[in-house]
Design a protein around this ligand. Structure first.
Ligand code: OSB
Ligand code: MG
Length: 370
């Protein structure tokens, strides 16, 4: 497709329930969407950057000028037939992976439509059903957390992941395990601990967790290798893995036994596929992480999750857990036994609700020739 216009917009959408991690609480999302148009084709992408530079240095207000001033102009007037051509067109810009992913993924989205194949098939996927877990944030009280877990288990989710931090960890796990001794349970620390706390982290071993996600620094792999030697619980890396070389380094050093792949964090579908392949070659199972995406990012996560090494339940859960009304149709739904069926239709498989998107838009810029 010859790219004519790229529309960048920011939407404000309240979350159904606040989401709290070790770095803070979110009540509403600012969703950055890109729409790439040319020769009658339209591709959509979502930039998963947060409202603040806490999960990563990249955030919504850094992504906006990076996309409008540097990344989008690199595509205007060019003929790009395949999503995989996108990284080389953006290579001059260092970092800003979430911004890059929004554009690259929009091109894969358009390519799948142009070729009349499902996006998941174009990505090389084979799974027709994706296994779902949920990520449950830090709550106001233990009771509120127990209620949330009960609700999600009743909805059929196959893995419960709890956010933890010092002061919201061992007591919580003790209560949860006392009530549900054999559910598949994991925790995510979002870098809330240091290597000095190894003795404390060793206490997590008694709870038979599927994994502990990102216990240490966001930009550190080697010290996770040191920690993994001290723990029985498998470490899963999230923040530390920014590209396939990081995954290779983590595998080589034994820094983790599982990797969480977020397509935005690694810069787009091409790099996500590379991370997947490195993990497969090193026998590290992966799962698809989430960033509280709208339906557009969620549909892309779903497509990615069909690749063979996504063998653990991901954080790709139902639209209604996050939004009163999602911006795609049909909304993403999870079956009573905790699976999402991947649509076998061309493209992303979900219609984008442009009227609703217009209503939710608070900022918009169109990048075009001249
Ligand atoms: O660390 O996985 C994380 C949300 C925002 C930022 C970081 C993370 C998360 C989640 C939520 O855990 C996953 C989701 O349900 O989208
Ligand atoms: Mg995480």
């Amino acid at each position: 497709m010859k790219i004519e216009t790229i529309t960048v917009r920011e939407l404000q959408i309240p979350l159904v329930h606040f989401f709290e991690t070790s770095f803070g609480r979110t009540y509403h999302r600012q969703i950055l969407l890109v729409k790439i148009e040319g020769e009658g084709l339209t591709g959509w992408g979502e930039c998963v950057a947060g409202e603040n530079p806490y999960y990563s240095s990249e955030w919504i207000d850094s992504a906006w000028p990076t996309i409008t001033k540097y990344l989008a102009p690199a595509f205007i007037g060019k003929t790009v037939a395949q999503g995989r051509e996108a990284p080389s067109l953006m290579a001059k810009v260092r970092g800003h992976r979430m911004a890059k992913a929004a554009l690259e993924n929009a091109l894969w989205d358009a390519e799948a439509q142009a070729r009349s194949v499902p996006l998941w098939k174009l990505l090389g996927g084979s799974r027709r059903e994706v296994s779902c877990g949920v990520s449950i944030g830090i709550q106001d009280s233990h009771e509120q957390l127990m209620d949330k877990i009960a609700t999600e288990l009743a909805a059929g989710y196959r893995r419960i992941k709890l956010k933890v931090k010092p002061g919201w960890d061992l007591d919580v796990l003790e209560k949860v395990r006392a009530r549900w001794s054999d559910i598949t349970l994991s925790v995510d620390a979002n870098s809330a601990y240091t290597l000095d706390e190894t003795e404390h982290l060793r206490n997590f071993d008694q709870f038979h967790l599927l994994m502990i996600e990102q216990p240490l620094w966001n930009d550190e792999i080697y010290y996770h290798a040191r920690l993994q030697k001290e723990l029985r619980t498998a470490i899963c890396l999230d923040e530390s893995i920014e590209h396939a070389r990081d995954a290779a380094f983590a595998a080589e050093t034994g820094a983790c036994r599982i990797i969480n792949i977020k397509v935005g964090r690694v810069g787009g579908f091409s790099e996500a596929k590379k991370v997947h392949d490195v993990c497969l070659a090193n026998r590290l199972p992966v799962w698809c992480g989430g960033m509280l995406e709208s339906g557009i990012g969620r549909s892309h996560n779903l497509a990615l999750s069909t690749l063979e090494n996504f063998s653990l339940p991901g954080d790709v859960s139902a639209s209604k857990r996050y939004w009163e009304e999602d911006i795609i149709e049909p909304e993403i739904e999870v079956s009573q036994d905790g699976f999402i069926t991947v649509p076998d239709v061309p493209g992303r498989g979900f219609r984008v609700c442009e009227d609703l998107i217009d209503k939710l838009t608070v900022k918009k810029e169109v990048v075009r020739t001249g």
